[in-house]
Design a protein around this ligand. Structure first.
Ligand code: HEM
Length: 734
C-alpha cells in the first residue's frame, strides 16, 4: 500500500550517538567514487560475467577467474545471518532520554541524576513468536527494548508492552518458546499462539495464567508502537551514595495514550499491510510527530521486600500502583529513523546484563537467566565482537584486555594483560571508592544450594483475577472473544477442558462463556473471585494527556462532484491539528470537484481499506449520489463503523452515512439550515458547516462549536466501543 504522507520539515537532536554513527556512515548518493570491489579496485562491468569466446560464435562458458563476478555472488550468498531466536521481527528508531527529576535518594547513576544531560537512545519494538517476515498486527506480546547510550556505558532495558511474563524461572524459557512457536512437525502457524501446543503448555503451567489474561486482552493487538506502554518487567535494584538499596521496576507511558486495534481489523491488516506498525512508526517520525513516553519508576526499599502478599521478585506479578505508586522521572522521545535497517535495527543487540553503576540486579530468577541468555545468543547471532558494531558500541571510552575473535575491529597498542609493568588500564575500584560509590553491593545471601522457588511464587491467580476484574466491560468481552477465537483453532477437547478449568480459577463467568464458545465442558466449580480491582490496569486508564488528533490517520473520501471548498477547509483544519490526512478517491488520477477544479487523490477506494485509518470523513457535494451506489465506499464506512472508529460527514454527505448505516439507534443531522453538530455513537454529522479561520487554534471538544471540533474529539477518543456494547456492530456487515 503506498502511503504518501504530508511532509513536515523536522529535525532530530544531534546527540553523541548520532555523531558516533556518522563515523561509519557513507552516503551512496553523495559519493564521488565510482563502483569498486570490496578490496577497492574499480569495477568496470557489473552485468556480464567474463566469458570464454572464440570471437565468432558468441560467448562460451563463464570463467571462474572472474574475481569481480565471484565476489558479487559470494557476498550475496552470505548476506543472511540467523534471525533472533525470539523477537525476530522488529522495527527500530533513534531518540533521546531527558531526565526531569534527579533521584539521588535512590541511585547514584549519572543518567538518573544529571538533568542537564541528553542521553541518546535506540529502541527496537518487536513481536515475539513470528519469524522476520511475519505480520506486524498478530496477537502477541510486543518487545520494547531500549538502549541508553549513557556517559557511563550502555544501559539496556529489555522490556515488553505487558508488565508480567509467562514463567517465573528462566530455565523454563525454552519450553514456553517451543510451545508458542509454530508446531514442530509443520512450522504452522506463523506469528500466532492459536494452536494446541501453546494451550497444552499453559494449561499445565498455572503461573502463565496472569500473563495469558494480558495476552488475550487488547494489549496484544496495539494500534501502534506509539500507543503502547513499555515495562522493564523484571525487578532491578538501585543503589544510592549511602549504600542503601531499593528494588525498582521501570515503566514507559505513551503520550498518545494506550490504544489498540480491534481483532477483525488486526486480522485483515495482517494481509492488507503486514508492515502496518513499522510503517506507522516511520510515518510519525518523518512527519515530525515524534513518539514520546514518560519514563517512570516504582521503588520499594530493601527492608520492605517481604511486606507484600506476593513476592516482589516474581515476574508473573505486577506491583499494583495502589501499593507502590509510579514516580515519573523523565521522558524518552524518538526522532530519527535508522539510515539502514540491517546494520542498525537487525544488528542492535540488547542484554539485560547491561546496566550502569548505580543500577543493579535482583534475585528475580527470570532476570538471572536472562542475564546469561542475551549475551550468549548474540555470540551465535552476531559473533564475539558484536559490541564493537557501530549501533552497539558505547559513546564513552571502552578499554580492557579482551582481544581477538572473529571480526575484531579495533587495533589496540600496548599490553594485553593485567597487571602489566606500565600499570596501564587498571580496574577502577579505587576511583569508585574515592567518589563514595560501591560497585558490587554487599548483598546478604542464603547459604544452601537447592532447586526451589520462593513459597509466595506458588500463588498464581490473585493477580489474574485483579487484571480481569479491572477491565472495562468491552475489554472483558474482547478477552473472552480472543480466547474463544484461539481455542476454536484446534480440536483437542481435553486441552480445551483443561484450559476451562484454569480459567475457572480466575472467573466462573469468563470460563463459562469461553467453554460455550470454544466447545468445552462448562466448569462446575472454580476459585472464588476476590472481586478486587485496580485503577491502573484497564487501557481506559491511559487516555492521551489531552484530546489530540496529532499523527492520527484520517481518510477523506471523495468522488467526482465533491465540494472543493468544503474539502479544502476540512483538510486544512485537520492538518492544523497535525493529523495525517489521506485523500481517497474513486481513482488516483484527477477527480473533479463541483466547481470544475480537479485534485489527485493519494489513493483509490479499491486499493486501500478503512483498516489503515483511525477515522473516515466525507465532505459534502454532488459526489454523494455516486458514492451511495458504490459498494466499496459503503464497505469503507461500514467497516470503519464495525471497528468502532470515528466517522464524520457534513452537507450532502450525511445522506451517504444514512445509506451506509441504516440503524435506528443512530442519529444524524437533519436540518439543512442549521450548523448544529450531531454526535451519535462516534458518528459526527452536520448539515450546514464552516471551518475555523484561525487554524492554529484548532479547538477539540465535544459540544464545542463546529463540525471539526466535535469530529476531532471523537478521533481523539480512539474508538467508540459503546457501539459494541449496545449491539450496533453486530447489525452491520463488514
Ligand atoms: C521478563 C521477561 C522477558 C522480556 C521482557 C523479554 C524481552 C525481550 C525483548 C524485548 C527482546 C528483543 C530484543 C531486541 O529487540 O533485539 C528479547 C529477545 C530475546 N530474549 Fe527475551 N524477554 C524475556 C524473557 C526472556 C528469557 C527468560 C530468556 C531466556 C532465558 C530470553 C531470551 C531472549 C533471547 C535469546 C532473545 C533474542 C536476543 C537477540 O538475538 O538479540 N528472554 N527478549
Amino acid at each position: 500500500m503506498a502511503q504518501a504522507v504530508e511532509a513536515i520539515k523536522h529535525t532530530f537532536l544531534d546527540t553523541k550517538k548520532v555523531r558516533d554513527l556518522q563515523r561509519d556512515t557513507v552516503d551512496a548518493v553523495k559519493t564521488s567514487t565510482g563502483m569498486t570491489t570490496d578490496h577497492g579496485t574499480a569495477v568496470l562491468d557489473t552485468d556480464n560475467w567474463l566469458k570464454a569466446t572464440d570471437g565468432k560464435s558468441g560467448p562460451g562458458p563463464s570463467l571462474l577467474e572472474d574475481e569481480q563476478a565471484r565476489q558479487k555472488i559470494m557476498r550475496f550468498d552470505h548476506e543472511r545471518i540467523p534471525e533472533r531466536v525470539v523477537h525476530a521481527r522488529g522495527a527500530g528508531a533513534h531518540g533521546h532520554f531527558k531526565l526531569h527529576k534527579a533521584i539521588p535518594e535512590f541511585s547514584y547513576a549519572g543518567v538518573l541524576n544529571d538533568t542537564s544531560r541528553t542521553t541518546p537512545i535506540f529502541i527496537r519494538f518487536s513481536t515475539v513468536q513470528g519469524s522476520r517476515g511475519s505480520a506486524d498486527t498478530v496477537r502477541d506480546v510486543r518487545g520494547f527494548a531500549v538502549k541508553f547510550y549513557t556517559d557511563e556505558g550502555n544501559w539496556d532495558i529489555v522490556g515488553n508492552n505487558i508488565p508480567v511474563f509467562f514463567i517465573q524461572d528462566a530455565i523454563k524459557f525454552p519450553d514456553i518458546i517451543h510451545a508458542v512457536k509454530p508446531e514442530p512437525q509443520n512450522e504452522i502457524p506463523t506469528g500466532q499462539s492459536a494452536h494446541p501446543s501453546f494451550y497444552d503448555f499453559i494449561s499445565l503451567t498455572p503461573e502463565s495464567m496472569h500473563m495469558l489474561m494480558w495476552v488475550m486482552s487488547d494489549r496484544a493487538i496495539p494500534r501502534s508502537y506509539r500507543t503502547m506502554q513499555g515495562f522493564g518487567v523484571n525487578t532491578f535494584t538501585l543503589v544510592n551514595k549511602d549504600g542503601e538499596r531499593f528494588f525498582v521496576k521501570f515503566h514507559f507511558d505513551p503520550e498518545l495514550g494506550v490504544h489498540s486495534l480491534v481483532w477483525d481489523e488486526a486480522l485483515k491488516l495482517s494481509g492488507q499491510d503486514p508492515d502496518f506498525h513499522r510503517r506507522d512508526l516511520e510515518a510519525a517520525i518523518r512527519n515530525g510527530a515524534f513518539p514520546r513516553w514518560t519514563f517512570a519508576i516504582q521503588v520499594i526499599p530493601e527492608a520492605q521486600e517481604h511486606d507484600f502478599e506476593f513476592d516482589i521478585l516474581d515476574a508473573t506479578k505486577i506491583w499494583p500502583e495502589e501499593l507502590v505508586p509510579k514516580i515519573p522521572i523523565g521522558e524518552i522521545v524518538l526522532d530519527r529513523m535508522p539510515d539502514e535497517y540491517f546494520p542498525e535495527t537487525e544488528q542492535v543487540a540488547f542484554c539485560t546484563s547491561h546496566i550502569v553503576p548505580g543500577v543493579g540486579f535482583s534475585d528475580d530468577p527470570l532476570l538471572q537467566g536472562r542475564n546469561f541468555s542475551y549475551f550468549d545468543t548474540q555470540l551465535s547471532r552476531l559473533g564475539v565482537n558484536w559490541q564493537e558494531l557501530p549501533i552497539n558500541r558505547p559513546i564513552c571510552p571502552v578499554m580492557n584486555f579482551h582481544r581477538d575473535g572473529q571480526m575484531r575491529h579495533r587495533i589496540t597498542k600496548g599490553p594485553n594483560y593485567w597487571p602489566n609493568r606500565f600499570g596501564t588500564v587498571p580496574p577502577q575500584a579505587d576511583a569508585f571508592k574515592t567518589q563514595g560509590f560501591i560497585q558490587d553491593y554487599p548483598q546478604k545471601i542464603h547459604g544452601v544450594k537447592q532447586r526451589l522457588r520462593s513459597i509466595k511464587f506458588n500463588e498464581h491467580f490473585n493477580q489474574a483475577q485483579l487484571f480481569y476484574n479491572s477491565l472495562s466491560k468491552w475489554e472483558k468481552q474482547h478477552l473472552i472473544d480472543a480466547l474463544s477465537f484461539e481455542m476454536n483453532k484446534f480440536d483437542e477437547g481435553d486441552i480445551v477442558d483443561k484450559m476451562i478449568d484454569r480459567l475457572a480459577q480466575i472467573d466462573m463467568e469468563l470460563a463459562t462463556q469461553v467453554a460455550s464458545n470454544a466447545g468445552g465442558t462448562a466448569p462446575k466449580s472454580g476459585k472464588e473471585n476476590h472481586g478486587k480491582m485496580s485503577k491502573f490496569l484497564s487501557q481506559t486508564a491511559f487516555p492521551p494527556a489531552k484530546p489530540t488528533i496529532k499523527s492520527r490517520k484520517i481518510a477523506i473520501l471523495v468522488g467526482d462532484g465533491f465540494d472543493l471548498a468544503a474539502y479544502e477547509g476540512l483538510k486544512a483544519a485537520l492538518l492544523s491539528g497535525m493529523a495525517v490526512i489521506m485523500t481517497v478517491g474513486n481513482r488516483k488520477s484527477r477527480v473533479t470537484s463541483s466547481s470544475g477544479k480537479a485534485i489527485s487523490p493519494d489513493l483509490h477506494f479499491e486499493g486501500d481499506r478503512s483498516t489503515g485509518y483511525d477515522a473516515v470523513v466525507i465532505p459534502g457535494g454532488k459526489h454523494v449520489e455516486a458514492l451511495s451506489k458504490n459498494g466499496r465506499v459503503i464497505h469503507w464506512i461500514r467497516e470503519a463503523f464495525g471497528h468502532c472508529k470515528a466517522i464524520g460527514a457534513f452537507g450532502e454527505a450525511v445522506d451517504l452515512l444514512k445509506v451506509a448505516l441504516p440503524l435506528q439507534q443512530l442519529q444524524f443531522a437533519e436540518d439543512n439550515s442549521s450548523d448544529a453538530v450531531v454526535c451519535s455513537y462516534g458518528v459526527v454529522t452536520a448539515r450546514a458547516y464552516s471551518f475555523p479561520s484561525a487554524l492554529a487554534d484548532l479547538t477539540i471538544g465535544e459540544g464545542e462549536k463546529g463540525f471539526v471540533a466535535n469530529f476531532s474529539y471523537h478521533v481523539a477518543q480512539h474508538r467508540c466501543y459503546e457501539r459494541e456494547l449496545d449491539g450496533l456492530v453486530s447489525l452491520v456487515a463488514f
